[in-house]
Design a protein around this ligand. Structure first.
Ligand SMILES: NC(=O)c1ccc[n+]([C@@H]2O[C@H](COP(=O)([O-])OP(=O)(O)OC[C@H]3O[C@@H](n4cnc5c(N)ncnc54)[C@H](OP(=O)(O)O)[C@@H]3O)[C@@H](O)[C@H]2O)c1
Length: 334
């Protein structure tokens, strides 16, 4: 099976219509993101993805911190030019490689973060470099000017932003063309649609990348109770996974699973096919070959208008599925 290639943004970046989210392949500090990760299987997943044409990898310096980029360097060693790498900066990481939890979009930090990512990824260029969160104390123009210099120097190919408003997108795009915006988007999270961000991107010719397209695994139907999540799993801190909200969301997942069964696909595949039917690029995260193969197979699923309507009637736009982050992290969204 050959994955269809699509243009992301208007500057010439061409990538497969589905990417591979690598965040869960390493833990964060002492905890897990999405359960324990096995390094060998994670590396095998990246290799299998390339074999299937899935050469667009998504990481960030925050993940680990830094360990995720280091894992990717190991996986792509000797084969760098076969991959399209996207990484992110902005959550400040200090000289001791500790996350300070401040967001830093200042010019000197942009350059420092880039050099560190190049070192960790063992490469001399990054294809797509994202600002991970807006630094509300630094004008976006300053951050993007610094990124534009990196483009000029050949250190990055394209500029991206993550979880930003329409206003920030327009201001940034006026300084230097923005190629992609990455925000959370799934059947459970449609804020970018409600806030007009998708419309702005279309108007400006900027691509959109949907992160957590499986609702951090919720939409896979594999999580039946909170007890299925390990003690130090990141998701336990998310309101969407807590208390009564969890029970309400499980009912929605059951209905999605029933529809998937009728169609002879998995609920993960259905959730991904729904995103791709809108011409949006999802970057499902997995650290196992088995899930990766299922997710890539979803690129061949075609949903009829009636099926799309059926799915959207299960989770209509505006359905309250709970907050995507705790209060602190919600405050960092532009
Ligand atoms: N810009 C940002 O602020 C931001 C925030 C979050 C994530 N991201 C990026 O987006 C990527 C994807 O998002 P995500 O990883 O948070 O969430 P996701 O893709 O919605 O879900 C990942 C979870 O789903 C499970 N899964 C994947 N495929 C499956 C399948 N076919 N069947 C059953 N379960 C399946 C994974 O299991 P296993 O882990 O066990 O394989 C993992 O627990 C990340 O890897 C990261 O690169 C960006």
């Amino acid at each position: 099976m050959k994955i269809k290639q699509i243009a992301l943004g208007s500057q010439g970046l061409v990538i497969p219509m589905i990417g591979l989210g690598c965040m869960g392949m390493t833990g964060f500090e002492e905890g897990h993101m999405y359960g324990p990760a096995d390094e060998q299987e994670a590396i095998a997943t990246i290799h299998r993805s390339l074999e299937l044409g899935g050469n667009f990898l998504d990481t960030a310096d925050l993940y680990g911190p830094l360990k995720n980029e280091q894992l990717i360097a190991k996986a792509i060693s000797g084969n760098r030019d076969q991959y399209i790498l996207a990484t992110k900066f902005g959550w400040e990481i200090n000289e001791d490689n500790k996350v300070t939890w401040a967001i830093n979009g200042k010019k000197d930090y942009v350059k420092k973060a880039l050099e560190r990512s190049l070192k960790n990824l063992k490469t001399d260029y990054i294809d797509l470099y994202y600002l991970h969160r807006l630094d509300k104390n630094t004008p976006i123009e300053e951050t993007v000017e610094a990124m534009a210099e990196l483009v000029k120097e050949g250190k990055i190919g394209y500029i991206g932003l993550s979880e930003v408003s329409s206003e920030t997108i327009k201001r940034a795009h006026a300084v230097h063309p923005v190629t992609a915006v990455q925000s959370e988007y799934s059947l459970f999270e449609r804020t970018v649609e409600e806030r007009g961000v998708l419309t702005t991107l279309k108007e400006q010719g900027i691509g959109f990348v949907a992160y957590s397209p499986l609702g951090r695994g919720f939409l896979s139907g594999q999580i039946k109770s909170l007890n299925d999540l390990p003690e130090n799993d990141f998701r336990r801190a998310i309101p969407r996974f807590q208390g009564e909200q969890f029970d309400k969301n499980i009912e929605l997942v059951k209905a999605i699973e029933a529809m998937a069964e009728e169609k002879n696909v998995t609920s993960s595949q259905l959730a991904l096919a729904w995103i791709m039917s809108k011409g949006i690029l999802p970057i499902p995260g997995t650290k196992r070959r088995k899930y990766l193969e299922q997710n890539i197979t979803a690129t061949a699923i075609n949903l009829s208008d009636a099926e799309l309507a059926q799915l959207e009637s299960i989770v209509p736009l505006g359905t309250d599925t709970g907050a995507a982050y705790d209060e602190f992290s919600m405050g960092l969204i532009d």
